[in-house]
Design a protein around this ligand. Structure first.
Ligand code: GDP
Length: 301
């Protein structure tokens, strides 16, 4: 976690630092408030949350009167933390169910966002935690996806269930859960295909995967993987997926490569679903639970 904090701090997601510099100006004139607003908008925080935050900051700075640097920093920290949200349940439902069935986790998202990598990294985290895992390579459309997932599986000692290339994703997902039940593992992680060709196509495909998996019992988590570098585009994707399946958590990948970390705020508002995990690089250890306090610390620097 310490290493990840350092990584987060080194990422370019540091718009908090810019905000603090602006708030520390001797005269907070209208131009400065506009710059503060622009900083938030540029970081993809979104229009409504930006306006709310600016209003709150204006009021609190006025009440404060003369400001010491420490007071300003504390104030900004509090307000950014409130913006990111401290009252979400960010825990992952991956423990074996009381009925002895494995917890089932579907990983969904558009191709290229980091779905397969995230599924592999999550398997690694769970195994390191003493859990047993079966992987389902239900992304049967991208030839390399199943190989990629299997490689992750071999690394962590998890069995990967796969089907023929171009085969039926739902049948692979079904078999993966069946295998997970037979092996008596704690968690089944299912990587899905994310071809956003048409909304109906996606809806048919993902909806079917979920329905077929549910023949074994309820799905415990549906994690939506979003690439943080795609900004507002990611929000559009999120909306489409949320219409198709009930998302239980967001995984924001590639936070290491963007200054637009404000998307955390925007996407949570959009879906009413918490960011549960963040990706901070391509390495096996670069997936972490989302910790709002550490995130805000890194923003302010
Ligand atoms: P999928 O098509 O959604 O399954 O995407 P992949 O898992 O194949 O990932 C696409 C690319 O993104 C790969 O090159 C990954 O290594 C890379 N990637 C995934 N997560 C992260 C991350 O958190 N940070 C960075 N920098 N790259 C990532």
């Amino acid at each position: 976690l310490v290493r990840l904090r350092a990584k987060l701090a080194r990422s370019q997601t540091t718009f908090g630092k810019g905000l603090l510099a602006l708030l520390s100006r001797e005269h907070l004139d209208e131009d400065t408030w506009e710059e503060i607003e622009d900083t938030l908008l540029t970081a993809d925080v979104g229009v409504a949350p930006t306006q709310e935050l600016v209003e709150r900051l204006r009021t609190r700075v006025k009440v404060l009167g003369t400001r010491t640097p420490a007071e300003l920093r504390g104030l900004l920290q509090e307000e950014l933390l409130a913006l990111v949200g401290t009252d979400y349940d960010r825990s992952l439902d991956t423990a074996k169910r009381t009925d002895g069935r494995p917890a089932t986790v579907m990983v969904v998202g558009v191709n290229g966002t980091g779905k397969t990598t995230t599924t592999g990294k999550l398997a690694r985290v769970l195994v390191a935690d003493g859990r047993t895992v079966v992987l389902g390579a239900a992304d049967t459309f991208r030839a390399a996806a199943a190989d990629q997932l299997q490689t992750w599986g071999e690394r962590v000692g998890a069995h990967t269930v796969r089907g023929p290339e171009g085969g039926d994703p739902a049948s692979v997902a079904f078999d993966a859960v069946k295998e997970g039940i037979a092996e008596g593992v704690d968690t089944v992680l299912i990587d899905t295909a994310g071809r956003l060709h048409t909304k109906t196509g996606l809806m048919d495909e993902l909806g079917k995967v979920k329905r077929v998996v549910e023949k074994h019992g309820p799905v415990d988590e549906v994690l939506l993987v979003l690439d943080a570098t795609t900004g507002q585009n990611g929000l559009v994707q999120a909306r489409v997926f949320a219409e198709v399946v009930q998302i239980t958590g967001i995984v924001l990948t590639k936070l290491d490569g963007t200054a637009k970390g404000g998307i955390v705020v925007a996407v949570q508002r959009e879906l009413g679903v918490p960011v549960k995990l963040i990706g901070l690089g391509e390495g096996p250890d670069d997936l972490a639970p989302f910790d709002p306090a550490a995130f805000v610390d890194a923003l302010i620097g």
